[in-house]
Design a binder for this molecule. Structure first.
Ligand SMILES: CC1=C(/C=C/C(C)=C/C=C/C(C)=C/C=O)C(C)(C)CCC1
Length: 135
């Protein structure tokens, strides 16, 4: 059974964000800002309906979807693109595929105890972020 991911998760650490942002062709000015942020995640998970909020002091990115249902994702504030996106469960991992201009784009989330992991990929770049559940 997939876990319920509802909760507020505080940013702990990340690796390779710069590579990931470069793979998305994000300009230097925005990359510099993004590298200074420590975005938290707030997840609301009710059955197949999920809202994942990426919350930072600069900008927030809110993603709302039904698990297993493809939708058009507007990534305007991230890199200006749109994707055909689908999120599914692979065992205990929440896995997202973002089809569009950038090959091999997507992410996965999994929980180990109170630690939430996020692995984001674009082209050959892989960025890992770690969060701690605080409520
Ligand atoms: C570049 C950039 C951002 C990047 C956001 C990203 C990369 C969000 C990823 C969200 C995911 C993968 C949600 C699923 O859990 C911010 C923080 C909006 C601030 C503006 C610049």
């Amino acid at each position: 059974m997939p876990p319920n991911l509802t909760g507020y998760y505080r940013f702990v650490s990340q690796k390779n964000l710069e590579d990931y942002l470069q793979a998305l062709n994000i300009n230097l000015a925005l990359r510099k800002i993004a590298l200074l942020l420590k975005p938290d995640k707030e997840i609301d998970h009710r059955g197949n309906h999920m809202t994942v909020k990426t919350l930072s002091t600069f900008r927030n990115y809110v993603l709302e979807f039904e698990v297993g249902v493809e939708f058009e994702e507007d990534l305007g504030i991230v890199d200006g693109r749109k994707c055909q996106t689908i999120v599914t469960w692979e065992e205990e991992q929440l896995v997202c595929v973002q089809k569009g201009e950038v090959p091999n784009r997507g992410w996965r989330h999994w929980l180990e105890g109170e630690t939430l992991y996020l692995e984001m990929t674009a082209r050959d770049a892989v960025c890992e972020q770690v969060f701690r559940k605080v409520k």
